[in-house]
Each structure stands twice: as structure tokens, then as C-alpha cells.
Write a protein that binds this ligand. Structure first.
Ligand SMILES: *Cc1c(COP(=O)(O)O)cnc(C)c1O
Length: 313
């Protein structure tokens, strides 16, 4: 990061940012890419690029873009979110999507975009599902965006290339700062027109950064070197998840790529967390997320602590 060559990225003159954008576009099989300060902004840029004031986007009722991004589409873009129920694995039923698509009539907002998320809380979308939604979008003239904050976890799960996992979509937002381990940043990929439009809105939103190569270099390093390590996080989640299933019952514990969801009763979880805290291990709920800073030695410690906790309770 210290040695990264830098320039003014607002003018497209930062060589490291340019290299990151080229690398990400190629990796995901799209024409162009745009570096953004956060995943929230990169998703918002995609919504702005696909939709205008008075348009609407169709999205799962538990999707990150809808629930956890401050309502930015509506607040800042005058884009109406049309929700449909979202299954635990991130799927929106095809007929549910179709039912909410509005006819071309000035009583209605204009349906423009469908937004999916992969993985969703660690759950990868079924392998053939994105193509089905693509086909639906093509039939209705809608664009398709992916919130791919954890796209590389889904790709790792299916042993696909990132480009295969990104194939069905017009645009994809990826996070460099989640499992990939970079300190900051996201990238939006898409075709040249989408990215040119997003670049304009990035400036408007205050996301145009000057000598951003310093932080972009960490993202580039993560894309080049850290994707292969995600399989290790999945193995760790499986190892801990399986032990938890033995201790607390198979139905209480869901393993999803790099996450373990703990659906056990409140009281049992509290006792478990208190016992782990006694052993200097802090845990949060409702899920435990495994990442590159949790190494084999920590997994070994955690397993010992879990067995001890289960004996206590
Ligand atoms: C983290 C995340 C984002 C983006 O979050 P930022 O904190 O703004 O980078 C978007 N979608 C999902 C599913 C996420 O997990």
C-alpha cells in the first residue's frame, strides 16, 4: 500500500485504481469496473445507473440493498423498491417477480430492474437460478443486478470461476472488505455504458476519491491472492458447525459457506456465549462468520471451548 503508484482517480489518472478496475472487470467477465468506497455505495450506483426517478426495482424483502442500506434507492434516487418475499437461500419466486412487474401505464412506477444477492447470509443461490431470472428479465425488458458482496464465496462453493457466477447479470457489486480481507472498498462491474453512468453518480455522491491507489492496492492484492483462501473459511465453518450440531442438535445449527447460523433457543445460546466468554472467546449472534484472521489454531481452541461449554450447561 505504501509503495502503490497513485494519481488523481477523479480524472481516471490513478494507475493502481485503473489496474484494480481492469483486473476486476476481467475477473468477472464484464467490460468495465468502478472502484467505490463501500458496498452500499456500489449497489446504489448500480441502481442509479439502471433506474431513473419514478422507476422501480424489484428486490427481496430481506435483501441488503433494501433493508440494510438506509433506503438509499428511495431517499437519494427517487427509485421505488418493490419487494417480494425472499427465501432463506436468497431466491425470489419467479411468479412472485412476474406478478409485481407493472404494465406500461402512467399510474404505475416503471419496472426497470431486478436485484439479487449471492451469497445471501452465506447461502449461495441455487446454481441454475440466476439464469432463470435472467430469462424472465429478458422477456420483460428488465435489467438484472447482483449484490455480490460475497460472490466469491458462492463461486468457491460451486467451484465456478467468478465470471461464471457473475454471468447472468448486467452489473455486479463485489466487496473487497469482507472475506477477501482488504481494509476498505468495493467494485461495481458492468458494461461500458453502465459504468460510465455509475462513474458520474459516484462523483455526485461524494465517492470520487483522489489518490485512492493507496487503498485500492490492498483490494487488488486481495483479488489476486485471497480468493483461494475462502475455501479454508468454509472448511472452518463446516468443522465448527458440525461440532455444534453434535452438541446442540442438527436442527439448531445451519452451515452456510463461511457462516454458521445458530437458531437455538435464547437461553441456551446465552449460556453458551457466557461460558465461551469465561474462556476468553467473544461470540455474537445470530451467526458466526469465519474469515482469514481465524486460523487453524483458533479453530482448535474454539472446539475445545465448545466441548467444555456443553459439559457445563
Ligand atoms: C457488506 C454487504 C454489503 C455492503 O456493505 P458496506 O458495508 O457498505 O461495504 C452489501 N451487501 C451485502 C450482502 C453485504 O454483506
Amino acid at each position: 500500500m505504501h509503495d502503490a503508484p497513485v494519481g488523481d482517480d477523479v480524472y481516471g489518472e490513478d494507475p493502481t485504481v485503473n489496474e484494480l478496475e481492469r483486473y476486476a472487470a476481467d475477473l468477472l467477465g464484464k467490460q468495465a469496473a468502478l472502484y467505490a468506497p463501500s458496498g452500499t455505495q456500489s449497489n446504489l450506483l448500480a441502481l442509479f445507473a439502471h433506474c431513473e426517478r419514478g422507476d422501480e426495482y424489484i428486490v427481496g424483502n430481506n435483501a441488503h440493498t433494501f433493508r440494510y442500506e438506509g433506503g438509499g434507492a428511495a431517499v437519494l434516487g427517487s427509485i421505488q423498491p418493490q419487494t417480494v418475499p425472499m427465501a432463506m437461500n436468497g431466491c425470489l419466486q419467479l411468479d412472485a417477480i412476474e406478478q409485481v412487474i407493472k404494465p406500461d401505464d402512467y399510474h404505475f412506477a416503471r419496472s426497470k430492474l431486478v436485484c439479487l444477492e449471492n451469497s445471501h447470509a452465506g447461502m449461495p443461490l441455487p446454481k441454475d437460478y440466476p439464469e432463470q431470472v435472467r430469462e424472465l428479465c429478458d422477456r420483460h425488458g428488465l435489467a438484472l443486478h447482483l449484490d455480490g458482496a460475497r460472490l466469491f464465496n458462492a463461486a468457491t462453493f460451486y467451484q465456478q470461476t467468478p465470471a461464471q457466477t457473475a454471468q447472468a447479470y448486467d452489473s455486479v457489486s463485489i466487496c473487497l472488505s469482507k472475506g477477501l480481507g482488504a481494509p476498505v472498498g468495493s467494485v461495481l462491474v458492468g458494461n461500458n455504458d453502465t459504468i460510465a453512468c455509475a462513474r458520474r453518480w459516484r462523483k455526485v455522491l461524494g465517492g470520487g476519491m483522489r489518490q485512492a491507489g493507496t487503498i485500492a492496492s490492498a483490494g487488488l492484492y486481495a483479488l489476486r491472492n485471497h480468493i483461494v483462501d475462502l475455501a479454508q473459511d468454509h472448511a472452518h465453518a463446516a468443522e465448527i458447525g458440525q461440532l455444534l450440531q453434535q452438541l446442540y442438535g442438527a436442527t439448531a445449527i445451519r452451515i452456510a459457506t463461511n457462516m454458521v447460523h445458530l437458531d437455538m433457543e435464547e437461553e441456551r445460546y446465552r449460556a453458551l456465549a457466557a461460558s465461551l466468554a469465561d474462556q476468553q472467546i467473544m461470540v455474537g449472534r445470530p451467526r458466526w462468520v469465519f474469515h482469514r484472521d481465524i486460523q487453524a489454531e483458533h479453530i482448535k481452541l474454539l472446539k475445545g471451548a465448545l466441548v467444555a461449554a456443553a459439559k457445563q450447561n
